[in-house]
Write a protein that binds this ligand. Sequence first.
Ligand SMILES: Nc1ncnc2c1ncn2[C@@H]1O[C@H](COP(=O)(O)OP(=O)(O)OP(=O)(O)O)[C@@H](O)[C@H]1O
Ligand SMILES: [Mg+2]
Length: 414
Amino acid sequence: MDRSPQINLIDYIDQAVLHFGPDLCISEHYSEKVLEIFDLSPTQMRGIHLKHLLLDRCDSAASFKEATIRNLHDLFAWDPKRDTQTKVQASQSFEEKIFRLPTECRIVIDEAKKNLALSWRWVLAPEGRLLRIVLILEDVTEALAMQQSLELQNEKLLTLGEMTANFAHDIAAPTQLIDLCSHQIEQAVKEAQAEVSILFADQNEGEGLAIKQHFEQKFEDILQHFSSIYQATKRIDDLHRAVRNSFRQSDTKEHFSIHELLEECLVLARSRSHGYPMQVTCPKSFWITADRSRWGSMISNLINNACDALRDQPEPRLRQPAIHIEVSLGPTDLNFDFEDSGPGVPESLRERIFQSRFSTKKLGQGTGLGLSICKNLVEELGGTIQVLSSQKLGGACFHITVPLSSLNVSLHSA
Ligand SMILES: Nc1ncnc2c1ncn2[C@@H]1O[C@H](COP(=O)(O)OP(=O)(O)OP(=O)(O)O)[C@@H](O)[C@H]1O
Ligand SMILES: [Mg+2]
């Protein structure tokens, strides 16, 4: 009779699983992953003692290894009938012992270090005695390295954030001073202009006229420079306001204008946008009640992603760079569309891009957290976020809908 090959189910588990009994020797029941972690052949694995397999490779202190072996022998030697009176006490006492076993360790194989997460399961006989232990091992080296690098990055960002917030705060006072002094100087220049114009009122020919015209031109030029100074101080003030608001810590909700928040996020994105045209279609009357700083991070991430997509597009560009953000009110939802003229997101990646830590950007340019943070925020509010192809601009379109009820949307007169 034709028999299909036998399938070993534990080989389909991504973790390494092994069993051992009172002699602490690994039984035949172990998954393929065990061989991979310890770099052993099935022959080397046969009947190996837990001490040789795991503890001898572990870089912990000898006393720790001895204590682990002692605890395991204790567990197998333990007789629930002798040690405790009730069944509940028996199981509590057993669990206390098992919880003393290590849950993580670092092993060294051929000079390579691997961090393992250990989880212990047990098989008891009907009368409560321990028959076998099942040890589940997971190689968490990469996850740990990633976590450490994220923590480091997070720490750096926090420090940078604090410095930026302080900088934004400190830049406000001198900017206001420049603005104030400029207005006073402009006023003085206008007065001087009026006085000179009275002084030269009757100079309508010859050298007198030439001097009068020379001064008129000089005053015009000086006054023109003032308008450039006001534009620059306004820009610094917008930046300062946007940075200050984005660092404002609030776990509480507030009522705010979406249009204003979008404008702030665009100001913050200016250095990343390389002058790409960014258009916003959002009535100034839309106000919502939400966590303003979380909404700010979500919008900034979507704008930054669009800017990155335009920047990374290979030359020659298929389309003119453009970003368009539209906010519209539906019968039951508030809708947001973030569209760009970049390369778009291929069908095959449309689900994965929302996973935490998924990024196609070069190392150091993206953590892959942005869209998963957006998704969490939108879903907490009962909404949805999806990526489509932009009909208008040809690149990506991130479409968000959030129920009006969860945002307490109101319309204010602009
Ligand atoms: N507008 C877009 N056009 C094309 N691809 C995009 C766009 N937005 C996001 N993506 C893709 O989705 C991936 C995940 O985006 P996400 O914002 O989560 O992380 P990231 O931008 O790579 O890093 P960061 O955590 O710094 O935001 C990006 O790496 C990119 O491949
Ligand atoms: Mg991003």
